[in-house]
Each structure stands twice: as C-alpha cells, then as structure tokens.
Design a protein around this ligand. Structure first.
Ligand code: FES
Length: 181
C-alpha cells in the first residue's frame, strides 16, 4: 500500500516535470513566432481543392466551426439573385464584392440567424432555380458567395482569412482574404 502511494507521488512529480517542460517549450515557440503566426496556431485548415468539382462544396471545419470550401465554374455569374437589402458583411459590402474573381474559396458554414448549418443546393431551392445555400431552420437562403437572398439572416455568411497555394486552400492565414469578414 505504502509502495503504491510512493509510486503515485513519484508519477505525479514526473508528470509535473513534463508539464513544466512543455510550458518552457511553448514559451520558446512563442518567442520564435510572429504574433500573426501565433494567432494562427491550431487554427489553420488546409483543403486539397483539386478534388472539388465545379459546383461542389466540401464540408470541413475551421476553429471548431463548419466550413464550406466551394468551387464555382470559372464563368459563374451571380445573376438573377435579389439580395436582401441591408444584409451586409463587416466591411459594409456584399460577399461578392470581396470574393469576385475567385472561383475557389471558403465560407464559414454557420447561418448568421441562429447558427444552424445551411445545406448546399446546387439545383436551387425555395423557388430559386439557381445554386443556393439553404438554411431549413427558418428558411434562410444565401447565394454561393454567402450573400443573403431570403429569410431572416441579418448578414452574409462569414468569410474567413484564406489563401490559395496551387491546389491548396489554406484557411486561417492571410491571403486573398486577410481577416475574418
Ligand atoms: S438559423 Fe438559419 S434561418 Fe434561422
């Protein structure tokens, strides 16, 4: 009994030492990295977009939130959508203004009404015969760029910082989008 108590204490001391060592290592890594790199630690998602066909959405996650990686046809034009008035992103613009010219990009897949996960409907939904994200909870509808076209969502889907390197879409680092919008 006494021996197992001693073992338990020495294991505890060893564990404390290991934790201390990890703490020192973490401190060392912190001083070696730029603040922006520290902010990105553990918050980077890489997606191989070569496997995403035009009009397909890959569902993954970023910072614990659902993430949509989408590829649109190169000549895709967001015509025929009527955007909800006043539903603008944090830049006071539409998402299309931020993302136009890009056929591969990522959006945070969380409805801006009450946080449900919208569904990708490339054939259309709710009387709209064009690709949309549809949030069935309360009928939210978004364009493929995440702009609101119907229902209660007050603003577009969030656009995470992201960059494209060849076939790799890296979400969580500065690129053609520099910050969360
Ligand atoms: S949570 Fe999406 S429309 Fe309400």
């Amino acid at each position: 009994m006494e021996a197992s108590r001693r073992d338990f204490i020495s294991i505890g001391i060893g564990a404390l030492g290991a934790v201390g060592g990890l703490g020192a290592l973490y401190a060392l890594v912190r001083v070696m990295l730029e603040p922006s790199e520290i902010a990105a630690l553990g918050a980077k998602t890489e997606i191989d977009v070569s496997k995403i066909q035009p009009m397909q959405v890959r569902v993954t996650s970023w910072k614990g939130k659902t993430l949509f990686a989408i590829r649109l046809p190169k000549d895709f034009k967001p015509e025929g959508y009527t955007l909800k008035k006043g539903a603008l992103n944090s830049k006071g613009t539409t998402n299309y203004e931020i993302l136009k010219g890009h056929d591969v990009f990522a959006l945070v897949g969380v409805c801006t009404h009450l946080g449900c996960i919208p569904l990708w409907k490339p054939q259309g939904e709710g009387g709209i015969n064009k690709p949309v994200f549809h949030c069935p909870c309360h009928g939210g509808l978004y364009t493929p760029y995440g702009d609101v076209i119907g229902g209660p969502p007050p603003r577009p889907l969030f656009i995470p910082p992201q960059k494209l390197e060849g076939n790799k879409l890296i979400v969580g680092v500065e690129g053609f989008v520099k910050e969360l919008i």
